[in-house]
Ligand binder design. Structure first.
Ligand SMILES: Cc1cc2nc3c(=O)[nH]c(=O)nc-3n(C[C@H](O)[C@H](O)[C@H](O)COP(=O)(O)O)c2cc1C
Ligand code: SF4
Ligand code: SF4
Length: 422
């Protein structure tokens, strides 16, 4: 039986699945139900000064009929009082001593940080997460992403938190930056025990085209929101991987952003996350999604002979390189499995209009023909084909030694002409 226990910056968890700081971790009864459902840990909805929220406050991006494939919110931090939250954290900790509660915090002055950290730890926090990420509402007040975008502020506030905390401190980073590395390094210089990323992406989810107002609408106005859900996973993976492979960094990572199932979670772990956090998928489908996540992860670990989470964390990082190192002589071509092809011709259309005009309809058969001498191996037909594994990309043995752009630039290695380029 694989061992799912994890340690992220000193925060021990029975499994790598945590609720992200957001509505599903807003109250004691919710977090207790989540722990009963199987979640390993929870990052409590961010505590700070009491705020008021607007209605409405959520919006969904529908991608080809999938409502909520992208999600947005213009919600702020918790709108419940600090006292109630702290009481419920203490109660939940008493009932579930083995499940870590990480308390997310966002306040302004050093004194505010000192006080709220002490109160959170007294209530039983196993760790703290500094919310330097929220890109709406709180940043206008000088907090959230306003801190996360400014490395000197990030470092300073992190160092206050580390000074006043007796439990591990994670810094939650904002994706609203051009390069995540200086921000991860700032958290490290401040003494953080780990980072979590990503928070939401500054965005406009949609426009109500009949009322001429952005969504989500608050009377006749709206504002930019924070984008999350399945659609943001690629951005989150890139940021997690960028930090994980940065030699100067080396801190544990809790990965967040668009995680909907065990596969997504495994991808984050292979790129360096030792725990993963989930918000939107729980909002849309409930705490029960964790059951499949746990079962799927266990099965995956068994299949690949991983007995501990540590064995898979970062395993795909060595494959993440610069474009200039890729082998220009590596070649693939598309091959159609005639037995499973249903003759829909979607690959023909895709290759003709969006690729290299080398799949052709054939008289007398539903199966199109690929002109391999022209195929550049771009993958597009494989992507549009509705039948799983019907089109496969197959390596061509062209007997050319590997040669990259960097080889060309540094050693003057000759580049051979590519086929399909006219
Ligand atoms: C409605 C809503 C409220 C959120 N509130 C917070 C918050 O209070 N503190 C915080 O750090 N992140 C907050 N987030 C961001 C999430 O914790 C998470 O970083 C983000 O949604 C990406 O994960 P996901 O794609 O699984 O939703 C919120 C997200 C949503 C959708
Ligand atoms: S891989 Fe690209 S170029 Fe080759 S057949 Fe498919 S779509 Fe055309
Ligand atoms: S898209 Fe797939 S199923 Fe459709 S014709 Fe092409 S190979 Fe056959």
């Amino acid at each position: 039986m694989p061992d799912l226990r994890t340690n992220t910056g000193g925060i021990q968890s029975p499994n790598p699945f945590w609720l992200a700081s957001a509505p599903p971790a807003n109250s004691g009864l919710q977090v207790q139900r989540a722990f009963e459902a199987g979640w390993g840990g929870a990052v409590w909805k961010t505590l700070g000064v009491t705020i008021q929220n607007v209605s409405s406050r959520f919006g969904a991006h529908t991608i080809r009929g999938v409502k909520g494939a992208g999600f947005t919110n213009i919600e702020l931090i918790t709108d419940r009082t600090l006292e109630i939250n702290l009481r419920e954290i203490a109660e939940t900790k008493r009932l579930f001593p083995k499940n870590p509660i990480i308390v997310s915090l966002m306040v302004e002055t050093e004194e505010d940080w000192r006080e709220i950290i002490k109160k959170s730890i007294d209530a039983g926090a196993d760790g703290l997460e500094l919310n330097f990420g929220c890109p709406h509402g709180m940043c206008e007040r000088g907090m959230g992403s306003a801190v996360g975008q400014e490395p000197t502020l990030n470092e300073r506030i992190t160092s206050w938190a580390v000074r006043y905390s007796t439990v591990p401190v994670l810094v939650k980073l904002t994706p609203n930056v051009s390069d995540i590395i200086p921000h991860g390094l700032a958290a490290k210089r401040g003494g953080a025990h780990g980072v979590s990323l990503i928070n939401t992406i500054k965005s406009i989810i949609a426009v109500d085209i009949d009322r001429f107002v952005l969504e989500p609408r608050v009377a006749l106005l709206s504002t930019n929101g924070g984008y999350c859900g399945a659609a943001v996973k690629p951005i989150a993976l890139h940021m997690v991987a960028s930090l994980a492979r940065e030699k100067r960094f080396g801190l544990p990572i809790s990965g967040i952003g668009g995680i909907c199932n065990w596969r997504d979670a495994v991808e984050f772990m292979l790129l360096g996350a030792s725990t993963v956090q989930v918000c939107t998928e729980v909002m849309l489908r409930g705490y029960g999604v964790v059951e499949d996540m746990i079962d799927g992860l266990e099965e995956y670990m068994r299949t690949h002979n991983f007995s501990t989470i540590d064995q898979l964390v970062g395993k795909a990082i060595p494959s993440f390189s610069e474009w200039g190192n890729l082998d220009l002589n590596y070649e693939t071509v598309a091959k159609i499995n005639a037995d499973t092809c249903i003759g829909c011709q979607l690959c023909v259309q895709a290759c003709h209009d969006g690729a290299h005009q080398c799949i052709h309809p054939e008289e007398g058969t539903r199966v199109p023909r690929i002109d391999e001498s022209e195929c550049v191996g771009c993958n597009l037909c494989e992507i549009v084909c509705p039948v799983p594994s019907c089109i496969e990309m197959v390596q061509v043995n062209n007997s050319h030694a590997p040669a990259s752009w960097n080889d060309f630039v540094t050693d003057g290695k000759k580049l051979r002409p590519k086929k399909g380029v006219h």
